[in-house]
Design a protein around this ligand. Sequence first.
Ligand SMILES: Cc1ncc(C[n+]2csc(CCOP(=O)(O)OP(=O)(O)O)c2C)c(N)n1
Length: 515
Amino acid sequence: MNGAQSLVKTLLRAGVDVCFSNPGTSEMHFVAALDEHPDMKCVLGLHETIVTGAADGYARMAGKPAATLLHLGPGLGNGLANLHNAKRARTPLVNIVGDHATYHGHFDAPLTSDVEGIAGPVSDWVRSSKTSYRVAGDAAEAVAAARQAPGHIATLILPADCAWSAASGAADAIEPPHPLAVSADAVSAAVDWLRSGRKVALLLGDQALMSGNLELAGKISAVSGCELFAPTSNRRIMRGAGRVAVERIAYPVDVALERLANFEAVLSFGADEPVAFFAYPDKPSRVLPEACELLPVAGVRQDIAAALTAVCEALGAENAAPPVVEFALPEAPSGAITPDAAAAVVARVLPENAIVIDEAITSGRSLDRITRGAVAHDWLQITGGAIGCGFPLATGASVACPDRPVLGLQADGSGAYSLQALWTQAREEQHVVTLIFANREYRILKGEMRNVGVTQVGRNALSMLDLRRPNIGWVDLARGFGVSGESVETVEDLAAALQRGFSEKRPYLIEAVMP
Ligand SMILES: Cc1ncc(C[n+]2csc(CCOP(=O)(O)OP(=O)(O)O)c2C)c(N)n1
């Protein structure tokens, strides 16, 4: 057995059985080793941003890490933006990055690069295997590091000679440590606040947004009257009819400030203090009122379910009925495709148990409110603000859940970063429908120019914010990658197109041309 073979067997033993990849020469022994294992599903992405974004989407739905296969520093570098998003999502992920053979590095061949240096900022754990005999043990540690709560990015660098030289065998899986225990003091302080009759919010992130935990939060809210919030950007929210609703803190600072203005305490479970996405002249970075107390009942490394259970029991709320959302759809809209009208269409056509990928940017501002009473579904968001994650997340989520329909709500500017994922969707015959919000501009940035106080927008600025001249031919591009689709200009046609897309059970792209 060589190092690469010991690596693949170790990954499989540890439950990692999907590898999103874009290989090169230094990874050929790893590719050969993967080839010996049909139980390892290998999925090619045509750019590394697809590979890392798909691994993120996969893990968010599968609840366990995938591996990526990346080619030295430049391959890893191409995947950085979506690794950043994955790190912000606290997604478990194992990067395997090939490198030159250990003795080849000092010759300074063209692809020589500082792989560890590139990996560091987007990884929680980085190691370069020193010999072929150490690869299996390093891989087992990498998977355990990735799986440690709440989820981490582990990057294992595999020099080519460590892949091709002899190894002694696979390593056993290492159990990651349990999440940290919750403090009894924090629980009783939370209960005191909830009984105080003052205005209290629960801020729910991470595992607190999964259905069982949401119900516990709902029970606490039913008994105490506290309100339920989630951060602006989240790894995964289970929502829709039958679920306990949480309100996401709005992206615009002024809206967030106003909504949170009267709260006296925020009790957080799996979420950090909410802050403004950006700083703006004359606006605060913090969105909680100054006098509001922030009490972290469970941090992301702690046992969030145990914290919610403890608070629920201490309040005597175990048997309370959580406030669940009733199935309720908005009226059918008509006419032009505005964000509100599109959201109403999405709510009405969403299939049961769908996975929604939200990179709709400004076109998605009303989705949260308007789709609230749709059938039960999962909602995955862009977590790190690095645009270009939508198509890859959809692709990875579909690998994790091939029987569930996936709906990508995709702003056009962001979509243009990573649309090659359509090709992977076609090749994998995925049930993914993508709705492109074609407003043909970087609309958010026009607003942000005003927000930072720039009042004059001239030719140069406009040329950087406008996507016309020429218009992007989305349907033609999709066809080129093997995905059929259509372009629509009214919400009536959009509704029909989405229904067609969902009935096809293969990838489909709809360009919604917006006024
Ligand atoms: C990797 C990365 N590059 C650039 C940006 C800056 N940026 C933020 S939003 C945006 C454009 C968004 O336009 P679009 O996706 O069309 O959405 P719209 O604002 O029109 O709704 C850009 C370029 C970013 N957030 N991430």
